[in-house]
Design a binder for this molecule. Structure first.
Ligand code: GLY
Length: 308
C-alpha cells in the first residue's frame, strides 16, 4: 500500500514505481543545463534537496538569462529584486522575496528553511539574514538589463510578454535515488514590476509544492493568476485524489483559463512528478518547453497546451 496522509488512501497510486529514479524536471529549455548540474549532485551522493539547489544555481549565475538571478530584469525603479523558494521531502519549506544584491536567492531560501523558525523572509530582513549567513552583496544589474530597462522607461507600458525569449522562472523538481522529492523555484519576477510586487515563485503552494506521499509541482508564467489559484498545491492535491501528473497540470491550467477572460494574453506553464516517477506538463499557450531527465536520458520537450 502506498504511504498515506492522515490515514487517507492515495487513490490511483501504488507501491510499484513505473519509472526508476532519479527523475529531474525543470521549466524551459535552459532547465537542461540546470538538470545536468542537478544530476551531477545526485551522482556524488547528494540529496534531492542538494540537487535542486545546485541545479537552479546555473540560471541564477547566467547573465544571459534575464529572468532569474544575476542579470535579471529590474523592477520599474531599476532595482533587481529576486524571489525564490525551496521545499523538501519532509515538508520543510523556505522562501525569500524582494531580495536585493544576492546572486543565489535559492540558497538563502534554504538557509531560512534550515536555520530559522520561519518559512519566509522578505526585503531588507531577507538581505540582513543573507549577509549574516555570509552571502556576499553584489550588483545584480548587468549593463544589458539596465539598457533594456532604460528602453522600457521611454513608454513605461505594463505588458506581460508571452514566452519572452523562452525565459521566465525556473521551477525544478528532483526525485532522487531514495525516491525522495525536493523542489525549487527562483526568478527575478515580472520585468518592470512595481517595487515590492511579489509573484507566485516564492509562495509555497502557488509556485511550488512538494508532498512526499504524492509528488511535486511547480510552474512558470504570470504570477498573479497562479497566486490566485494556489496552483502548485492544487496540482499536488489533484494527484493525491488520483489524477496523473499530466491530468493534474491540465486541470490547473483549465481553472486559470476559467477564472481569467484574458487568458489569451499571458502564459502559464506547469510541470509535475508523482511518486511513480511519472511526469506531466501543460501550459496555456504553445511555446512552453521543459527539460526532463528520466530513464538515463536528458531531453528538452515541448509542453502540450490549452491553445494550439
Ligand atoms: N512566475 C514569475 C512571476 O510572475 O514572478
Amino acid at each position: 500500500m502506498a504511504p498515506t496522509l492522515a490515514g487517507l488512501p492515495l487513490a490511483g497510486l501504488d507501491d510499484k514505481p513505473t519509472v526508476q529514479p532519479p527523475v529531474i524536471v525543470s521549466t524551459w529549455d535552459f532547465g537542461k543545463d540546470a538538470n545536468e548540474a542537478a544530476l551531477r549532485v545526485l551522482e556524488t551522493q547528494g540529496s534531492a534537496l542538494d540537487a535542486v539547489e545546485s541545479g537552479v544555481h546555473v540560471p541564477e549565475n547566467d547573465p544571459a538569462n534575464q529572468s532569474v538571478g544575476y542579470g535579471g530584469l529590474p523592477d520599474r525603479d531599476g532595482i533587481v529584486t529576486l524571489d525564490a523558494c525551496i521545499m523538501d521531502h519532509r515538508g520543510r519549506a523556505g522562501s525569500v522575496s524582494g531580495l536585493e544584491h544576492i546572486r543565489h536567492p535559492i540558497s538563502v531560501a534554504r538557509r531560512v528553511m534550515e536555520k530559522t523558525p520561519h518559512v519566509m523572509l522578505v526585503g531588507d530582513g531577507a538581505l540582513q539574514f543573507a549577509l549574516s549567513e555570509g552571502f556576499q552583496k553584489e550588483n545584480l544589474l548587468t549593463d544589458k538589463s539596465k539598457e533594456a530597462w532604460e528602453k522600457w522607461r521611454v513608454t513605461s507600458k505594463y505588458q506581460p510578454q508571452i514566452n519572452i525569449e523562452n525565459h521566465d522562472t525556473i521551477g525544478m523538481i528532483v526525485w532522487d535515488h531514495k525516491r525522495q522529492f525536493a523542489g525549487a523555484c527562483t526568478t527575478s519576477g515580472l520585468a518592470y514590476k512595481m517595487h515590492g510586487r511579489v509573484g507566485d515563485s516564492p509562495i509555497i503552494g502557488a509556485g511550488l509544492y512538494v508532498d512526499q506521499a504524492v509528488g511535486a509541482a511547480t510552474g512558470t508564467g504570470l504570477g498573479e493568476v497562479v497566486l490566485r489559484q494556489c496552483s502548485a498545491f492544487l496540482i499536488v492535491e489533484l494527484m493525491h485524489n488520483g489524477k496523473s501528473p499530466q491530468k493534474a497540470c491540465e486541470e490547473a491550467i483549465r481553472r486559470i483559463v476559467l477564472a481569467n477572460a484574458n487568458y489569451r494574453d499571458f502564459q502559464v506553464g506547469f510541470i509535475a512528478v508523482n511518486s511513480k516517477g511519472q511526469v506531466g506538463a501543460y501550459s496555456i499557450q504553445p511555446g512552453f518547453t521543459y527539460a526532463l531527465y528520466q530513464n538515463g536520458k536528458h531531453q528538452i520537450l515541448p509542453s502540450k497546451s490549452y491553445l494550439v
